[in-house]
Design a binder for this molecule. Structure first.
Ligand code: AMP
Ligand code: MG
Length: 354
């Protein structure tokens, strides 16, 4: 959490520092929430007055809170069938869920065949094991351990996405394999950010930057004379995200990074990241970080996780299915690679917010 807070504060400082004075009509405001999606959510926007800003933010916050509860894997809520309910009950009988939960599962399942086996929301069993070992190892570093490979293999026998049976007619979800568990961590924040961003686009504050725990979705350009917003790409080696390796200048787009510097733990001086390769059942090691850019934040979130697992060459093949998607890799050996479309957005290569 502390790492996330520092990252968000660094971003706020960067944006504040870069800004010229706003026009007389529109002022720049910032709001930070600490209790959504287990991370820090920041909204920066240009609004005609503080009341407008506050009321737009309150709507966004309420929507994010509802989505957080729906996509919550660990807690159930009175009167709500959420992800936790599904994992408890969908192996026994179909469970009816709200449209947003149905849609995110349908979206991730639909995209799976294009992702070269890199992301599988049905691998919740394996991810739960890693999660428990990571939590225990973080709380007690001296006794941090790796999960036994046998338990990972046996959990991996229950992760066939085709066993997730969706019925669009009545929004039900059923697990044909009763031991299957879903994990939406790879896409939940992006999916939620996209839904909220579409409401912000149609609100009285269409010029904004929404940062949901590092999952960034940007609205229209800032109203202070700059032509675009600036978003830093964090140096994977920088502590608390205080150093960028480059800056993306863009508007009306999403920027999402998956990195090995988030939610890792250490066993015998080796870091183990939170993104797990479905092939090896071990943390993915091809990249230090991958930043994806696309208009749609849900897709962007899915792609950043997928590209993090894959080699850059495999990632390029995945990107060929997604026109408008761009990527920036910091590979395991520290090499920096980016797609042609990404180069047009990078400050180091001449992109500007002027
Ligand atoms: P992100 O930070 O968006 O890259 O997503 C990472 C989260 O996605 C992890 O914390 C897990 O909850 C989940 N996850 C990790 N590896 C995978 C994978 N290969 N497929 C699906 N979900 C994953
Ligand atoms: Mg992701």
């Amino acid at each position: 959490m502390r790492r996330n807070i520092c990252f968000v504060l660094a971003l706020i400082l960067c944006l504040t520092g870069c800004a010229a004075p706003a026009s007389a009509l529109e002022q720049k405001y910032t709001k930070v929430y600490f209790d959504l999606f287990d991370s820090v959510v920041t909204i920066i926007g240009y609004a005609s007055d503080e009341n407008t800003f506050e009321s737009v933010c309150e709507q966004a916050r309420a929507r994010l809170e509802t989505l957080h509860m729906l996509f919550d894997k660990y807690n159930e809520y009175e009167g709500l069938n959420n992800l936790c309910t599904l994992n408890d009950q969908a192996g026994t009988a179909p469970v009816k869920v709200d449209k947003e939960l149905y849609d995110i599962i349908a979206f991730a399942k639909r995209e799976t065949p294009k992702l070269r086996g890199s992301v599988n929301i049905a691998m919740g069993g394996v991810l739960n094991i890693w999660h428990d070992y990571r939590e225990t190892g973080t709380a007690d570093p001296a006794n941090a351990a790796l999960p036994p490979i046998e338990s990972l293999i046996s959990a991996s026998e229950h992760q066939d996405i085709d066993d997730v049976i969706l019925s669009e007619a009545d929004n039900t979800v059923y697990f044909r394999d009763p031991e299957l568990q879903l994990d939406l961590g790879a896409v939940a924040k992006g999916y939620a950010a996209e839904l909220v961003a579409r409401e912000l686009d149609a609100s009285d504050m269409p010029s904004y930057i929404l940062n949901a725990g590092g999952n960034i979705r940007i609205g229209k350009p800032p109203l202070d004379g700059r032509s675009s917003w600036s978003v830093g790409i964090q140096d994977p080696d920088a502590l608390y995200g205080e150093r960028n390796i480059d800056v993306i200048c863009a508007s009306e787009i999403s920027v999402v990074t998956s990195g090995d510097y988030e939610r890792y733990y250490t066993v015998d001086n080796v870091r183990y990241a939170h993104i797990i390769s479905p092939d090896t059942l071990m943390p993915a090691v091809n990249n230090r970080s991958v930043t994806a850019v696309h208009k749609d934040s849900a897709l962007c979130d899915l792609l950043s996780t997928a590209l993090f697992v894959l080699t850059p060459d495999e990632g390029l093949e995945v990107l060929s299915h997604y026109p408008g998607a761009e990527a920036y890799w910091v590979t395991a050996s520290g090499e920096i690679l980016y797609t042609g479309g990404m180069s047009a957005l990078l400050k180091s290569l001449g992109a500007s917010d002027k």
